[in-house]
Ligand binder design. Structure first.
Ligand code: GDD
Ligand code: MN
Length: 430
């Protein structure tokens, strides 16, 4: 096989251990040297052009492309099916009832067996002509990951507006606080990684948000060796960006999980924050009804408690348990009733513990705090069993399009049209 890109192909030692399973003149059907993972959602007008461009810039290399589509509604899947029938390098992983850039990338990688994988957006914003150089760099330097960076000298963010540049800079700065390897663009969606390095990280991924590179870098126990190459982010000509402000929340969730997730589960932290907000609701309602309207304390307090619990239930449903969100009248009613029941027992436990400790001469605030903690742990554990966990999958309708990147952690078995055996990354329990 000729190699105009100047890469010494994948042959034994020159491939720095990455190519042990792959010969230089691999026949079709054998292991490709490079798998390119491309998440797609409504990219009908971009897929054909992307493949033609890869065809040109990767000439002489043995590669495959794995599109991971989350059931696009614009006909992307039909285009991909057609292309994969005529071009053996094109594979399609079609996921139904799922959304999420990061999980799409993870499952795309798991569906391949190549020693090296690249992750590339479908919308032609990433400069695919860099791929040969990235591969060369990966093999020559023995690093684990090569990242295409917008923030190196001679790189750039293209036509991004001030606001997006500002948000991206802040997010990059925050990531820098947690990263051991110092790199200019940990938020990049364009990178190449050795499969062996990905495998080190995969079982520790937070699966929060869409910043899969950052998740991988923060999840590999021994850390990964990273190098960067500059590129300029191009403008999109077809389709539109899928990332919205919800992605910012997901990003903060990822960082929080990576920073303290091993001490306090992220889900518990969210549950506790929602609980604290519920306390504010309770006191506000109580004050308005009792102080403001002169309603009897017992009635006002009961109304306040019911309001706070209802508020907490709905907020937990869209935030804390967004990946297993209850929808539809009956599931929500059942959820609400079990939530009320669990919280009622939690209140009894809370008060009980506090009274017992107070009687044992513990100071009032310590006794109170212990009660609140016990109540919170009970509520969290019991609602995760009775309110959200026991929802049969059949009762969870397909996520709405607006849920966008909120569905990262759900993991029903995806549908695959790819021939290779498929593993699914089960979300880590939080
Ligand atoms: N399967 C799947 N599921 N694909 C998705 C989803 C999803 O829920 N959401 C987006 N995609 C696909 C898009 O179709 C596109 O191919 C790619 O993921 C990137 O999505 P965009 O919506 O175009 O993202 P962006 O341009 O705003 O941001 C991208 O570039 C940044 C800079 O490199 C992303 O790659 C960011 O992660 C990255 O930081
Ligand atoms: Mn894009």
């Amino acid at each position: 096989m000729t190699d105009p890109s100047g890469i010494s192909s994948f042959s034994g030692a020159s491939a720095a251990g990455a190519a042990d399973a792959c010969g230089p003149a691999a026949t079709r059907g054998a292991l490709p040297a490079l798998s390119i993972i491309v998440p797609t959602f409504n990219e009908r007008d971009n897929v054909g052009e992307l493949i033609s461009r890869l065809d040109r810039c990767l000439a002489g290399l043995d590669w495959e492309i794995v599109f991971v589509d989350d059931d696009s509604r614009d006909g992307t899947v039909d285009v991909l099916r057609r292309l994969s029938r005529t071009d053996q390098r094109v594979r399609l992983l079609h996921r139904i009832g799922r959304r999420g850039l990061a999980s799409a990338v993870v499952e795309g990688i798991l569906a391949t067996t190549s020693p090296v994988v690249a992750v590339l957006d479908c919308d032609l914003q990433h400069d695919e002509t860099l791929l040969p150089r990235m591969l060369e760099r990966l093999l020559a330097s023995r690093c684990d990951v090569v990242v295409a960076s917008r923030y190196m000298q001679s790189g750039g963010v293209g036509d991004w507006n001030e606001r997006r540049q500002f948000v991206s800079r802040i997010a990059t700065g925050l990531a820098g606080l947690l990263l051991r390897a110092k790199l200019t663009d940990p938020m990049s969606g364009f990178f190449m990684i050795r499969r062996s390095a990905f495998d080190q990280a995969v079982r520790h991924l937070s699966n929060q948000g869409y910043k899969i590179l950052l998740d991988i870098l923060l999840s590999a126990p021994g850390g990964l060796r990273v190098e960067e190459v500059p590129y300029t982010f191009r403008s999109r000509t077809h389709g539109e960006s899928k990332l919205d402000t919800v992605a910012v929340l997901d990003y903060l969730a990822l960082l929080t999980d990576k920073a303290i997730g091993h001490v306090i589960p992220l889900r518990f932290l969210m549950f506790a924050c929602v609980g604290a907000l519920g306390l504010v609701i309770h006191l506000s309602v109580l004050a308005s009804l009792n102080r403001g309207l002169g309603i009897a304390f017992v009635a006002a307090n009961l109304t306040a408690a019911l309001s706070a619990m209802t508020f907490n239930f709905f907020l937990n449903n869209v935030l804390t348990y967004r990946d297993m969100r209850l929808r539809g009248f009956w599931p929500i009613l059942r959820g609400l009733v079990t939530f009320f029941a669990v919280c009622a027992i939690g209140t009894v436990a809370n008060v009980g513990i506090a009274v017992v400790l107070f009687e044992q001469k513990y100071t009032w605030w310590l006794a109170g705090l212990a009660g609140v903690f016990m109540g919170a742990v009970w509520n969290y554990t019991a609602t995760s069993i009775f309110t959200w966990r026991n929802t049969p999958p059949a009762e969870r309708p397909e996520p709405a399009a607006a849920d966008l990147l909120l569905q990262e952690t759900a993991a029903p078995v995806p549908e695959s049209s790819a021939a290779a055996p498929l593993q699914t990354a089960a979300p880590r329990q939080r």
